[in-house]
Design a protein around this ligand. Structure first.
Ligand SMILES: Nc1ncnc2c1ncn2[C@@H]1O[C@H](COP(=O)(O)OP(=O)(O)OP(=O)(O)O)[C@@H](O)[C@H]1O
Ligand SMILES: [Mg+2]
Length: 326
């Protein structure tokens, strides 16, 4: 299905939030979110990527009806966020940055209470929970107290809670923060399965660029309360710097031929250092075979070929002049 035919589950225009400065009169109000436009479509995993304090959680809380916007409009799963927040709540799940299970409670009890909160009978809540626990590889935790679960298990239990009423759209605030690398990768797999098997649309915040890159179909980059970039990780990386292809040639004549070829195929003048020629291309995967076959036609062979791809950190650097890690 083309994106235009798919349902638009999040649509915001000029959404903003200002926090009043407390204390001294000279302190300025904090413009945490300065008017963001977001479109998220059914079946997407969308990442909201930005450094600490960028406005990610504030935006997410507004979209979940937990925080009143100071301005702008938003439609969530077809319902107007400001006029019809109760309707919005019925269609969304929210997994907060800090989790929501009580350490002393049994996992099964937490789930049943949560289901009842959404108007289910105990039997319905039990059945729904069992199915979701299975989908998230948590079949054996029912009797366990939440405090004894591993970090990754507890995070997945949070997700089960957020999904118990079968929302079309689920918001996850920093779902993998605090997890070890293996548990993070494992959770990415589970989030993809939610999308693929249940058709759930996922909007998540993260300050990990590798997470945005590996998991998200599309990314919005936010900095100082403003969206500074938007696209699939691939598009974002391609638009900023393209790929670099580095050819090591056998002799001076071959090197000159490679430079000539690079001038016609590359996006910038090729850089030559000794017998090494560096060519900037929009997309290495398609340019590389083209370069090799063009050289072959002239009976020239490169003795070394390297391709380097930009990362989302390079994208952030290009957009803001800072590294996301700073
Ligand atoms: N209740 C509040 N009162 C005053 N300022 C706030 C409040 N909540 C957030 N802020 C400020 O708004 C800005 C954005 O905060 P927010 O929590 O949205 O950032 P974030 O992108 O989620 O950061 P993190 O990666 O650290 O979770 C920050 O400057 C923060 O200090
Ligand atoms: Mg946050």
């Amino acid at each position: 299905m083309e994106r235009s035919e798919k349902q638009n589950l999040i649509r915001t225009r000029g959404l903003k939030r200002t926090f009043k400065a407390r204390g001294r009169a000279r302190e300025k109000d904090v413009e945490a979110v300065k008017g963001v436009d977001l479109d998220v479509f059914q079946g997407e995993i969308v990442g909201f990527l930005g450094p600490n304090g960028a406005g990610k959680s504030t935006t997410l809380k507004m979209l979940c009806t937990l925080l009143e916007p100071s301005g702008g409009t938003a439609t969530i799963v077809g319902a107007d966020l400001r006029k019809n927040p109760d309707e919005v709540k019925r269609h969304i799940g929210y997994i907060s940055q800090n989790g929501s299970t009580s350490s002393a409670a049994r996992a099964g009890d937490e789930l049943i209470w949560h289901g009842e909160l959404h108007g289910m009978s105990r039997a319905q809540a039990r059945e729904k929970s069992r199915n979701l626990l299975k989908a998230l590889d948590l079949e054996d935790v029912w009797e366990q107290t939440c405090g004894t679960l591993s970090g990754g298990q507890r995070r997945r239990l949070d997700i089960v809670m957020g999904l118990i009423h079968e929302p079309a759209l689920v918001f996850m605030d920093e779902p993998t923060t605090g997890l070890d690398p293996q548990a993070r990768t494992n959770l990415w797999g589970h989030i993809r399965r939610l999308r693929d098997e249940l058709g759930t649309t996922v909007f998540l915040t993260t300050h990990y660029m590798d997470e945005a890159d590996a998991l998200c179909d599309r990314v919005f980059i936010i900095d100082h309360g403003e969206i500074v970039g938007e696209g699939s990780p691939k598009e974002l990386k391609r638009a900023i710097s393209g790929d670099t292809i580095r050819l090591t040639m056998r002799n001076g004549a071959d090197t000159r031929a490679a430079v000539e070829l690079g001038s016609s195929l590359g996006t910038a003048t090729p850089v030559q250092l000794g017998n090494v020629v560096t060519i900037q291309v929009p997309e290495g995967a398609s340019a590389l075979p083209e370069i090799i076959s063009a050289l072959n036609k002239k009976n020239i062979e490169a003795i070394g070929i390297e391709m380097a791809q930009p990362t989302l950190n390079d994208v952030f650097l290009g957009l803001t002049g800072r590294s996301l890690r700073d």
